[in-house]
Design a protein. Structure first.
Lengths: 214, 632
């Protein structure tokens, strides 16, 4: 698929999806927005991760999506989701929406993951979620500058915390590592008085600003 | 497909676990069960994962990464280590969770740590399910028991040693060589010596070192400073002549008695020829008070009639007053009072039980209100109730009337021992307060669902319950249910919060304090209660099992990310107000006398006034937090 067909052709209208998916999307849309001012121990964060054919946003395609929830500062293996986009991308993505709810969502490296996922959601479901995205790529160096004092790769952060996973570069395998990093991020944030999703979003925002101007 | 994802993650957990014993030997289905139910949490370096104050552990923990230290708490350690470090694959607490009792250790993350946790009920299921795990746990507990038996022996040895100190001759208690001057020395010289040697009193002797008089620090103000005495004058002019003297062969106990009888803080110890050997101060005898505590305790435990218990009750009151006089902190003091009153109540229940046949009835005696919070002062009246189990096929009315008859006797005996009957009839002998677990849930549930003003008031008394004796599990089950239910009704917590904010700390804009018409501040209504009410809401919200205000603030504050210094400041503020209340009652111990809990801030010294102001500021801070949380 090249950029032209992507631009012109295959964008789906929600109306063309089958009834079950339409219902699922409708009930996802009806969900209330999350309370961004509540404490971490009252919040369900959803770590989302993607797997693509490569790292080039222009050329590469989304292969699989994964999600792991961190509910009230706990990571349960049962509150998780994984699906390849083949053979049925619309179902895979709709189920991801159902799993993630209205967020807040957590990713590692939003510039890649978020873009890729938003494009796929738009293409297959014709929608763009209004999630609050938190990016550990920015948050981790802000919270744990004694480990790494600037944006770094996931592998570096895993090494810093001694985190292992069952399969690297697999959507769920990496999500498992990212979710553990998020647990650590929450605890440090709490110690710094950043008690809510909103305060994490603010921290990320100011980090990005600093980077831009600094 | 969500199933596929959770299978992969469960697989990751079980792969991890099989690297360690006993999990590597565990039956596959048991391992699967464990890996499926374990959730992962992160504990920052220095944070407490489990402490004795958290009550019965709700989870079994397995370290995934990092280091967790188990620290022995309290004066007597149960095991032969003071601190033990647990690394990946190691788990805790095995003994506490099997026995369903609070942990004796504090478990603290000494590195940033990831720790799996398994709900307690799943731990028990796992024990049943897996013979390998069962053997592992029982062997562990057996080794603990062995250690604790040894410990018990050394505790006895320690106790015997303490008994000795009480009978120790004063001659052995005096450690420092005596410091003294003759009566013709100048006051200045004597004072300089006191200051240089850092001593609280100066002894004046004749040439043969036989005591003639004493001058203490507290004599200085009225006798030297205020009259403006010339410091060149001899000290003999201002000393207290014929000081209290004890023989070196008298016991420490005799000395304590002498001090208490004559209201002095220093006694001179002389040898057989009447020469000064040294000085014993009230502080030197402080350890004696700890023995006093133990003696009262054992006299309670040995009491077999009401009269003996009444005596013990008077001793408790006296001990409390002595301790206040010595300036002991409010936290220890209320703990002492609470521990002794608990022992007394349990003994009264034991004695009543012997007369009323309660065999086979599963019940627990509940304490409510300040007693439930471990915050009893010297003038708290009784607030108690009963929770019991009524097995199917039992005649509930008959069972209940047996409990009520026993409770009536307990209530009356408590009253005879100085705990006044509750005017509002919040007592276990009230049929409305002798209920099964289900009935209590119904009662509490009604208040939570329909929080009218009376329901909210009830919540402030009854939600602070704790099990004083009997089957603790009944209380724990109710607590678990209560915390879950209250949390689910956010409107209830909101109304509780708005109720808690009705009374503001009595801080003035112009004057330091806002006082009532009679010029006093009610330290209960406008002081302690401000902390107590907020702590209760935080505990419900953060699912803290403890009923004590300090523990609630500490544990809920931690969970909510309040900085440790901030929590400590709040707790200090609360303690100070409690201390002032106890001091006020010390002066006026008449029950329900109008002076109870009231202080006139103008009569406080400057330091106390400042601390009180700070304490109220802490209360204001706590209220502000609640206001923001609930947008009130």
């Amino acid at each position: 698929m090249n950029w032209l067909t992507r631009l012109l052709g295959t964008r789906t209208d929600t109306a063309s999806l089958d009834a079950a998916l339409r219902d699922a999307i409708a009930s996802w849309e009806a969900l209330a927005a999350p309370e961004l001012g509540s404490a971490h121990f009252e919040t369900r964060y959803v770590v989302i991760n993607t797997e693509a054919t490569g790292l080039d946003l222009d050329k590469d395609r989304l292969l699989a999506v994964a999600g792991i929830a961190i509910d009230r500062e706990h990571l349960s293996p049962h509150d998780s989701y994984y699906a390849p986009l083949e053979p049925d991308a619309a179902t895979a993505l709709t189920n991801l929406l159902t799993f993630a709810g209205k967020g807040p969502v957590v990713v590692f490296n939003a510039s890649f993951n978020r873009s890729l996922l938003e494009r796929a959601l738009d293409e297959h479901l014709g929608l763009t979620p209004d999630w609050t995205w938190l990016d550990l790529h920015w948050l981790l160096p802000a919270l744990y500058d004694e480990h790494i004092d600037g944006p770094a790769r996931l592998a570096d952060w895993m090494k810093a915390f001694g985190i292992e996973t069952f399969q690297r570069h697999h959507a769920l395998g990496d999500a498992w590592a990212i979710a553990q990093l998020m647990l650590a991020a929450q605890a440090r944030a709490r110690a710094l008085g950043l008690n809510t999703p909103r305060s994490l979003a603010d921290l990320e925002h100011s980090r990005r600003q600093l980077r831009r101007h600094g | 497909m969500p199933a596929a994802a959770s299978e992969m993650l469960v697989g990751a957990s079980s792969d991890f676990l099989t690297r360690f014993s006993p999990f590597n030997r565990m039956e596959p289905e048991a391992l699967e069960f464990l890996a499926e139910r374990a959730t992962l949490a992160f504990h920052a370096r220095g944070s407490e994962i489990l402490t004795p104050e958290m009550g019965q552990p709700t989870h079994f923990h397995i370290v995934q990464r990092g280091k967790v230290q188990a620290r022995q708490l309290g004066p007597a350690s149960v095991t032969d280590y003071a601190a033990m470090t647990l690394g990946p694959g190691e788990c805790f607490p095995i003994g506490a969770i099997s026995a369903q009792r609070p942990s004796t250790n504090a478990y603290v993350a000494v590195e940033d740590s990831f720790v799996f946790q398994l709900p307690a009920e799943d731990f028990l299921k796992l024990m049943q399910m897996s013979p390998v795990f069962h053997v592992f746990c029982t062997q562990y507990i057996a080794s603990l028991l062995n250690q604790s038996r040894q410990q018990l022996q050394s505790t006895f040895a320690q106790r015997a040693a303490e008994q000795q100190t009480m009978t120790t001759p004063l001659g052995q208690l005096v450690k420092k060589a005596p410091i003294f001057v003759t009566p013709d020395s100048s006051i200045r010289a004597a004072l300089e010596k006191m200051s240089e040697m850092r001593i609280g009193c100066m002894v004046i002797t004749d040439a043969e070192q036989k005591p003639l008089g004493i001058l203490t620090q507290s004599d200085l103000l009225p006798r030297v400073v205020l009259p403006g005495i010339d410091l060149q004058r001899p000290i003999g002019d201002v000393m207290t002549a014929t000081p209290h003297v004890m023989s070196a062969s008298d016991s420490a106990y005799d000395a304590a008695l002498e001090m208490a009888t004559h209201g002095v803080r220093h006694l001179l110890v002389v040898d057989s020829e009447g020469r000064l050997k040294g000085v014993v101060s009230e502080r030197d005898l402080f350890t004696l008070q700890r023995i006093g505590l133990r003696q009262i305790r054992s006299s309670i435990e040995g009491a077999d009639d009401l009269e003996a218990l009444q005596r013990a009750s008077r001793d408790i009151r006296q001990l409390a007053l002595n301790l206040i006089a010595q300036g002991i902190g409010a936290e220890q003091l209320t703990q002492f009072i609470s521990a002794l009153n608990d022992a007394l109540t349990c003994r009264i229940i034991d004695l009543a039980r012997a007369k009323h046949d309660l065999y086979g009835i599963d019940y627990a005696w509940l304490a409510f209100g300040s007693e439930g919070r471990h915050e009893q002062t010297l003038s708290s009246d009784q607030d108690n109730g009963i929770i019991y189990a009524c097995p199917e096929g039992t005649d509930q009315a008959a069972l209940k009337s047996r409990l009520l008859a026993c409770a009536k006797e307990v209530n009356e005996n408590l009253a005879a021992c100085g705990f006044p009957l509750c005017k509002g009839n919040i007592m276990a002998s009230n049929p409305e307060l002798c209920l099964t677990l289900e009935e209590w849930k119904g009662r509490f549930g009604d208040w939570i669902r329909e929080p009218d003003p009376q329901a909210l008031l009830n919540a402030t008394i009854f939600f602070d319950y704790r099990v004083l004796c009997g089957n603790e599990r009944l209380g724990d089950q109710l607590r678990g249910w209560l915390n879950r239910t209250a949390k689910a009704y956010s409107n209830f917590l909101r109304l509780m919060a708005s109720n808690a904010l009705q009374v503001a700390p009595p801080l003035g804009r112009i004057r330091d304090f806002v006082v009532e018409d009679d010029g006093t501040i009610d330290l209960k209504k406008s002081g302690a209660r401000l902390f107590v009410d907020v702590a209760r809401i935080l505990a419900l919200r953060a699912d803290v099992a403890s009923s004590s205000t300090v523990q609630r603030l500490r544990q809920a504050g931690n969970r909510m990310g309040m900085p440790a210094e901030e929590i400590a400041a709040l707790i200090d503020g609360f303690h100070f107000i409690q201390l002032l209340r106890l001091r006020a009652q010390h002066l006026d111990t008449e029950h329900d006398a109008p002076g109870d809990n009231r202080i006139d801030p103008d009569k406080l010294n400057e330091l106390d006034r400042r601390i009180l102001k700070e304490a109220f500021r802490q209360a204001r801070k706590l209220q502000l937090r609640l206001k923001l949380d609930y947008q009130l």
